[in-house]
Ligand binder design. Structure first.
Ligand code: PLP
Length: 446
């Protein structure tokens, strides 16, 4: 296991500012959910708070990582040729494990810590299905039961994701469901398609069952920490070739994919060792960094979670239908948000058609079908290469190929049939959603 890092990298150690603290909502303690609360094992809470630069990876987790790590780092030479660019494009491929995406890196760690803390069953929410699949796989590894609330519209669109989760021993329920109060409320209001935010609220509600804990997705600070195995490996793999990237590009859902690849590089930059630009790419249909507001908001639609300061489109924001289900979350991890607010990272938003066009070119050139989420990074890299050429300064670009798109043939079918729409979210829709932000804590509270 010489090539697998033995510790995760904690970027908080290299920041000269503290993150704005979470704030408990104005509710009786028994009604609160999420955030840092007794739900989350103390080991993970400590990781969330830690300022130590290195957090050792437990031996059992590292052994599991060895099933698919280290992951390949490749140069996309055929893509470079097809683009006619003088820039060099590298990608780090996280689709080679059984769940098909990077999410397994933190799911394994989380399942390990939950089991150690005495949990017997994990409840999770999943949009496109990747997080549910990852937690199902991780629960299987550590002998935990797993119950997945899957956004109903995704379940209809991606039936094989459900099959995969059930194959891994998980129970899968379409959300909104009639199993929870939140679910019944949305069903009664005529909303049957669901959103990630509703599914999250359902999974949190289920933790009233003894032994069941809620396993958060990819926006928690500890999820970003666990994902740094990606960037640490990539940095070592590039160093073997004597390469350092000018720009690191990754698709942005909640933030762990971006943080996982970018933070080890950004850390070097923050310590003054080597400069790097870090670019997050989000869908124009869910533009939280580029058009959201940096404010305190709930992390789901139950309006009961702790308030986190983050770039958000509002917890009631429902993005227009789009094919990158894993990028539909209304907000952005608080670490990524704070870095963006300080101008330490960059963000871009692109439309679906241009993204699928770059993904198709990548498939033909490099022999891997990118997940639609990862296709955002592919397109980001393609645009960066073109800009570098225009400036007459070819760049070295590294991007996150966070997963494969073999389960996303429905989306690619729509693209080939010319049925993919470019959606512009009207300013008024964002303003209307932001009008429902909770009352902002006054600074003496925080
Ligand atoms: C979930 C997902 C993303 C987004 O990841 P976050 O960690 O939530 O930002 C990107 N790519 C793939 C393939 C995904 O499944």
């Amino acid at each position: 296991m010489v090539n697998i890092p033995d510790a995760w990298y904690n970027i908080l150690a290299d920041l000269d500012f503290a993150l704005p603290p979470d704030v408990q909502p104005d509710l009786p303690a028994g009604d609160r959910a999420g955030g840092i609360d007794p739900q989350v094992p103390l080991s993970l809470v400590r990781q969330e708070m830690s300022r130590e630069p290195w957090v050792p990876i437990p031996a059992e987790v590292r052994e599991r990582y060895a099933q698919w790590r280290d992951t390949p780092l490749r140069r996309a030479t055929n893509l470079e040729r097809a683009l006619g660019t003088r820039s060099r494009i590298y990608f780090k491929y996280e689709g080679g494990n059984l769940t098909g995406s990077h999410k397994l890196n933190t799911a394994v760690a989380q399942a390990y810590y939950y089991r150690k803390a005495g949990a017997t069953r994990l409840a999770v929410a999943t949009g496109a299905g990747q997080w549910g699949t990852a937690v199902a796989a991780a629960c299987q590894m550590f002998g935990l039961e797993c119950h997945v609330y899957m956004v109903r519209s995704s379940m209809t669109g991606k039936p094989y994701r459900r099959t995969m989760m059930e194959l891994l021993g998980a129970q899968v329920t379409a959300s909104p469901s009639d199993r929870t109060g939140v679910g019944r409320r949305f069903l009664a209001a005529g909303d049957h398609g669901g959103t990630l935010s509703v599914a999250l609220a359902e999974a949190v509600e289920e933790t009233r069952t003894p032994g069941t804990r809620f396993c958060a997705g990819s926006g928690e600070t500890y999820s970003l920490l666990h994902q740094t195995v990606i960037g640490l490996e990539a940095r070592a793999q590039l160093a073997e070739r004597d390469v350092w990237p000018d720009v690191v590009v990754a698709g942005l859902g909640a933030g762990s994919n971006f943080g996982g690849l970018a933070f080890p590089f950004l850390g070097s930059a923050l310590r003054g060792e080597r400069a790097v630009r870090c670019l997050s790419v989000e869908p124009a249909a869910c533009p939280k960094l580029t058009r959201g507001r940096y404010a305190y908001d709930y992390t789901d639609s139950s309006e009961r979670t702790a308030l986190q300061k983050m770039y958000t489109l509002g917890h009631r924001f429902t993005p227009p239908a789009m094919h990158a289900g894993g990028l539909r979350y209304h907000a952005t991890a608080k670490v990524v948000s704070a870095l963006y607010d300080r101008g330490l990272i960059e963000a871009a938003a692109y439309q679906q058609r241009e993204i699928f066009s770059s993904a198709t070119l990548f498939t033909r050139c490099e022999g891997i079908v990118p997940a639609p989420e990862s296709a955002h990074a592919v397109h980001g890299a393609v645009v960066e290469a073109a800009r570098a050429d225009e400036r007459g300064e070819p760049a070295t670009i590294l991007f996150a190929l966070s997963g494969h798109g073999i389960f996303d043939m429905g989306a690619y079918r729509s693209y080939l049939d010319g049925e993919i729409a470019d959606d512009i979210v009207p300013d008024a829709a964002i303003a209307a959603s932001l009008a429902h932000l909770p009352t902002q804590p006054v600074s003496s509270d925080v």
